[in-house]
Design a protein around this ligand. Structure first.
Ligand SMILES: C[S@@+](CC[C@H](N)C(=O)[O-])C[C@H]1O[C@@H](n2cnc3c(N)ncnc32)[C@H](O)[C@@H]1O
Length: 272
């Protein structure tokens, strides 16, 4: 069977062509450009069964990123694996806002709570290193997560980009309790889906504890602001589209929208 025929068969089942190319490339251990260049060649017999198995898995809704083991974020490629949340495009806005605040207030110590694959923390560290003005600040980035697998993956991603980030296992800011006073900005994309929410098929394959934020989806925010004194600090968190009003009332912060026009980012600025 030719690569072109395999791609067509799965396009017919509703899979985008780009995904089909990536899945074949994954089995061959090549880049998708190789498949494009050999589109009308026969798929070697020894690979065919694995190609079919991967396609069938993908058709169950299993996320493409988990199959290929990589995800794009803020123009870079990061490792991703089952058991760790797949980063979303909205979160790039959280990074952008964080960088704006770091620049504006010349912030030095950044804590990312719930690092997952590490994309927020690592991107902030990389952008601060690559920017002339920000690199002069000597920004340090710390991160926590309650998921051991996430911490291991975040460390692996930091190594991929040879960037120094201090990732520690533990809840909220607890692993950096002794450094709390010196932390300038807290960023986080916490679990915020309300319990009982019907998720789309692909989300069922993602770690549920990374998604669900208790009865009203607000458990993480309530606990964080109850536990920590944030005077003198900036807090920037991603939020659910229907949580803006409640979180404004809870924190006195402001809420900004994402590119889709939905409430998405909470900013609590207590630097005065
Ligand atoms: C929505 S995911 C975000 C992952 C990553 N920051 C991203 O944007 O792709 C939330 C992450 O927070 C972690 N988490 C949940 N509750 C936590 C807590 N109390 N303290 C630290 N991490 C927590 C989860 O394990 C998960 O990795």
């Amino acid at each position: 069977m030719k690569f072109s025929q395999i791609v067509q068969a799965y396009k017919d089942k509703g899979l985008p062509e780009r995904e089909a190319l990536l899945l074949i490339a994954k089995v061959l251990g090549k880049k998708k450009e190789y498949v494009i260049a050999h589109f009308y060649d026969e798929c070697p017999e020894e690979f065919l069964e694995s190609v079919i198995t991967l396609f069938e898995k993908r058709l169950t809704g299993y996320p493409l990123q988990y199959i290929i083991g990589e995800v794009e974020f803020y123009g870079r490629t990061f490792y991703i694996e089952e058991g760790v949340l797949i980063p979303r495009w909205e979160t790039e806005g959280l990074v952008e806002l964080s960088l704006e605040y770091i620049r504006k207030y010349k912030l030095r110590k950044v804590l990312d709570i719930g690092v997952g694959s590490g994309v927020i923390a690592i991107t902030i560290a990389l952008e601060c290193t690559n920017d002339k003005e920000l690199s002069a600040l000597g920004v340090e980035v710390f991160g926590t997560d309650v998921n051991e697998k996430a911490i291991a993956l975040a460390r692996k991603n930091a190594m991929r980009y040879s960037i120094k980030c201090d990732f520690r296992l533990g809840e909220y800011a607890e692993p950096f309790k002794d450094d709390w006073d010196s932390i300038d900005i807290i960023v986080s994309n916490p679990p915020y889906v309300r319990k009982g929410t019907q998720l789309q098929k692909e989300l069922e394959f993602e770690p549920q504890e990374a998604l669900f934020g208790g009865e009203d989806g607000l458990e993480f925010y309530k606990e964080f602001f109850k536990r920590y004194e944030t005077s003198g600090k900036i807090v920037i968190m991603e939020i659910g589209e229907d949580q803006g009003e409640k979180l404004k009332a809870l924190t006195g912060g402001e809420v900004l929208k994402d590119l889709a026009g939905k409430d998405r980012y909470l900013i609590v600025n207590k630097r005065g």
